[in-house]
Design a protein around this ligand. Structure first.
Ligand code: NAI
Length: 247
């Protein structure tokens, strides 16, 4: 599944799933534009990729900020000439029962997880339309498919991403641009490191494969959806959840 000659933009690439996606895309031969807020962490990632013989450049931006998304994507296109693959991965949680949830935490999660994807898609699509080739991959969540108590904002944002995925897939399918979602279950990253051992153990009991997932498990799905081999798949939600949710 070679991604040679492709240019990928990965948001939330400074750590976790996004970082691993960037490394895996680079390993498959893509040039990678890595985006997140932390310039220092992005620079380290770029060094790691270029040190291994790959191509990468850092674009520090806040995905919730429309102007930063616009100028960051413009700069990435100026540097690499195009964007073939967009991975909307940046995401946050602000968990609270809905009765106590602050409006600011609702807005922050919706803006960072959902509005950001709309903004990034809108800004990369002209480049994809021009070349009649594109892959858009939205990282949603099992909790956007089944809900989760204490995560009304997060679950709504991730369910919204699934609707966005299907709408975009219909809008741009005729131009040979696919839009799919990857729905991870429980993945070992900083986002889940804050959960108690007790909660982790009870989560594992709900996972038929009997283990939590790794960022590489998710990145493998993203690499596949970006590949030529996935050219007839669009509007799909690919579960990477160890069987936690089926059907
Ligand atoms: P993480 O917290 O390790 O990484 C999140 C990344 O998003 C970081 O690079 C962070 O800097 C970036 N980010 C957050 N807000 C941003 C903003 N405003 N602008 C730019 N970048 C921003 O979390 P993880 O686990 O790697 O999550 C990646 C994605 O996978 C998220 O969308 C998350 O919702 C999703 N996911 C994670 C699961 C898990 O179990 N870890 C399960 C299901 C989905």
């Amino acid at each position: 599944m070679s991604l040679a000659q492709r240019v990928a933009l990965v948001t939330g690439a400074s750590q976790g799933i996004g970082r691993t996606c960037a490394l895996r895309f680079a390993k498959e031969g893509a040039a990678v534009a890595v985006a997140a807020r932390n310039q220092e962490k992005l620079n380290e990632l770029v060094q790691e990729i270029t040190g291994a013989g790959g191509k990468a450049a850092a674009f520090a931006l806040d995905v919730a900020d429309e102007e930063q998304v616009k100028s960051g994507i413009k700069a990435a296109i100026a540097q690499f000439g195009k964007i073939d693959i967009l991975v909307n991965n940046a995401g946050i949680t602000r968990d609270q029962l809905v009765m106590r949830m602050k409006r600011a935490d609702w807005d922050a999660v919706l803006q960072t997880n959902l509005t950001s994807a709309y903004l990034c898609i809108q800004n990369v699509i002209p480049s994809m339309l021009k070349q009649r080739w594109g892959r858009i991959i939205n990282i949603t969540s099992v909790f956007g498919q089944m809900g989760q108590a204490g995560q009304a904002n997060y679950a709504a944002s991730k369910a919204g991403l699934i609707g966005l995925t299907m709408a975009i897939a219909r809008e741009v399918g005729s131009r040979n641009i696919t839009c799919n979602a990857v729905a991870p279950g429980f993945i070992e990253t900083a986002m889940t490191a804050v959960l108690s051992d007790e909660l982790k153990q009870s989560a594992i009991k709900q996972i038929p494969l009997g283990r939590v997932g790794t960022p590489d498990d998710v990145a493998s799905a993203a690499v596949f959806l970006a590949s030529e081999e996935a050219s007839y798949i669009t509007g799909h939600v690919l579960n990477v959840n160890g069987g936690m949710l089926m059907g």
